[in-house]
Design a protein around this ligand. Structure first.
Ligand SMILES: [Fe+2]
Length: 385
């Protein structure tokens, strides 16, 4: 995480005696990745976070590839997916490899259950919905267009203030971070970065619940959900500090770059991880030379599969897509504007497109669920009619 943050009450030194008013010790917990050398935070609990009453397996999560089909461009209409019951256990996987997976969830209702992903970091793109991401680090209000970055291991749950909600879940095996080329050698986002620390929202309003009882925690590990019955309310942290916590940035706070002539997709990069990057295509003026061609040139994404999630129904180079569409342009084929789109872009002054791109460096599998909502003629859409 880019910046040091702290909330609540802390002892003056790490690992020193720190007692409650009744004389008992607070339970100090280090949470960080890569052993003891990665980004980490120290938390102080009212009770031991290790106290578990019961454990049982509740669900195997299936990442099943659809039967193999000829290589082609693909288009999936996620609006056709049903609403599902549980925001954590009923996510619908669409595309995946060993580095990253993309899922969609439209939960029918809120759950009071807690959740921890112990196998990946999560970047949640809030396509629709408002609410609060509650975690042991405090509350993080969210709205549509937010990216919620939840590093692995962080116990959390969602509270919605809207009736409709649609989330794109990008789950990463690697640690999700700001692109290295945006940071100076001291870790600060540079003046040339398309967003700054000021755009990044950190948890606030730390709640410290002092409650014993049964509290259900769902833990995802090895593509399985294990239910753990905790012996006390997990939001019992009275203070924490460090670099490891959930954070948010809204896609509209990404400041798009524009040139005299077309700038390539890395201009739109928002996050990096291992094996993939995430870019944001935001409303912006088009390239400003009178002879500029605003639509992108045809390109072959060699050694990369390109995924686009269309967060609204407009995209300058594409036709036939709708809000919620996902296109997959795999390595092995060229892609670019469909017939008429390049010509139509000339002279246009701006675009209102809003899209999230995930470029993976290894090939993606298409799930059975994605194949069920596929627009199977998409690969023909570059033919002159
Ligand atoms: Fe592309």
């Amino acid at each position: 995480m880019p910046v040091y943050h702290r909330l609540g009450e802390l002892p003056s030194k790490r690992h020193k005696i720190y007692r409650k008013p009744n004389g008992e010790l607070y339970a100090e917990e280090l949470m960080g990745n890569m052993g003891f050398i990665g980004p980490a935070s120290l938390l102080y609990h009212l009770r031991r976070p290790t106290a578990v009453r019961a454990i049982r397996c509740v669900k195997e999560l299936k990442y099943e590839a659809a039967p193999s089909e000829p290589l082609r461009h693909r288009h999936f209409r996620t609006k056709r997916l049903e609403q599902t019951g549980d925001i954590f256990a009923d996510r619908i996987p669409l595309l995946f490899n060993n580095d990253v997976s993309l899922s969609i969830v439209r939960p029918l209702s809120e759950t009071s259950d807690f959740y921890r992903n112990a196998q990946g970091d999560e970047i949640i793109y809030v396509s629709e919905g408002t609410g609060v991401l509650e975690s042991i680090f405090g509350n993080l209000p969210f709205t549509d267009g937010d990216y919620l970055v939840i590093p692995r291991g962080i116990l959390h749950r969602y509270r919605f203030t809207s009736t409709q909600c649609a989330l794109l879940i990008i789950e990463s095996a690697g640690y999700v971070r700001t692109p290295k080329r945006y940071r100076n050698e001291y870790g600060q986002l540079m003046e040339s970065s398309p967003y700054s620390e000021r755009d990044i929202r950190c948890p606030q309003d730390l709640q410290s619940k002092d409650e014993k009882g049964d509290f259900k925690l769902l833990v995802k590990k090895e593509n399985r959900i294990t239910e753990m019955m905790l012996a006390s309310h997990p939001f019992d942290v009275i203070g924490w500090d460090g670099y490891y916590y959930p954070w948010a940035i809204n896609i509209r706070d990404f400041e798009p770059r524009v040139g005299r002539f077309h700038l390539p997709p890395p201009t739109h990069q928002t996050f990096e991880s291992d094996g993939f990057v995430i870019c944001s295509f935001c409303p912006r003026p088009f390239d400003f030379d009178p002879e500029a061609v605003p639509a992108p040139y045809t390109h072959s994404n060699v050694m990369s599969d390109e995924v686009l999630y269309y967060a609204n129904s407009e995209f300058m180079s594409r036709k036939g897509i709708e809000y919620g569409s996902i296109t997959l342009h795999p390595d092995g084929l060229a892609h670019g504007p469909q017939p008429g789109r390049t010509e139509a872009s000339i002279g246009q002054k701006q675009t209102n497109e809003l899209a999230v791109m995930v470029d993976t460096f290894r090939g993606l599998h298409v799930s059975r669920e994605a194949a069920d909502i596929e627009d199977r003629d998409y690969y023909l859409s570059w033919l002159e009619s």
